[in-house]
Write a protein that binds this ligand. Sequence first.
Ligand SMILES: NC(=O)c1ccc[n+]([C@@H]2O[C@H](COP(=O)([O-])OP(=O)(O)OC[C@H]3O[C@@H](n4cnc5c(N)ncnc54)[C@H](OP(=O)(O)O)[C@@H]3O)[C@@H](O)[C@H]2O)c1
Length: 259
Amino acid sequence: MAEALVRGLVQGGVVAAANIIASTPRSERLDELKASYAIVTTADNAEVARKAQILVLSVKPQILERVLREVSNHVMAGALVISVAAGVDTATIESLLPSGARVVRAMPNMPALVRAGATAISRGSHATDADLAEARLVFDAVGLTVVLDEGQLDAVTGLSGSGPAYIFLIIEALADAGVKVGLSRRNAQRLAAQTVMGSAKLLLDTDEHPGRLKDMVTSPGGTAIAGLHTLEEGGLRTTLMNAVETATKRARELGRGGK
Ligand SMILES: NC(=O)c1ccc[n+]([C@@H]2O[C@H](COP(=O)([O-])OP(=O)(O)OC[C@H]3O[C@@H](n4cnc5c(N)ncnc54)[C@H](OP(=O)(O)O)[C@@H]3O)[C@@H](O)[C@H]2O)c1
């Protein structure tokens, strides 16, 4: 996720590579990042904390506490701290940083890797409107950003955080279907993926209601309505709603330290 952000920020011209410093303990990884993006690197997390006006924490949730303890005394005065760690709330992060620390929590998703991510951000108790705007700039570099209350982040995890898995399954199923009706695997998969991407792009670009766009491609007695009838019979809407609800509950359980 950190690499996706670096790529988006550098390629989008949002931050000059020379102004990005990244740390991780593994020197080969640092060499890779330096070679790919010409950013500054160090094996010392505290050095990043001392130098960063915006400090992004992008380690696994299980080690976030350890990393926070390591950097806490070094965070630059007035820095904005952004965490992308799933399930770790801002109150916990704030409690491990000097008092008054300005924290923004983000829930991005995997398509951030191709700068088509969907990210929700929410503020901690000391973050200002300007901090949220700055955090938005970071995540806008890798896709679309929405701002919401932290209480809604589990729902975001259930919808857009876990969503790429649902969509990959749907694309795979559409590709299987294409093969069943006689297309090659490669053609079926490319057509299915492009159809998902194009439909989503059309909706986002026009801001139309999806039902209206569906009506526009559904002619009387035609093929699309025949297919839609079968999807309704199979309970596609209910299945997707149940999936998001179940994933949201699971995110809540994991956030409470469940297994
Ligand atoms: N991937 C997603 O789709 C996604 C979506 C939403 C939220 N997130 C959140 O993003 C965070 C990162 O996830 P990820 O998928 O990017 O995981 P990841 O690929 O495992 O990245 C974690 C990074 O942390 C580095 N690291 C390990 N120990 C460290 C330490 N002590 N100090 C500094 N860096 C250290 C690792 O370095 P090495 O490469 O050297 O091992 C690795 O680059 C997680 O908290 C996750 O919940 C991810």
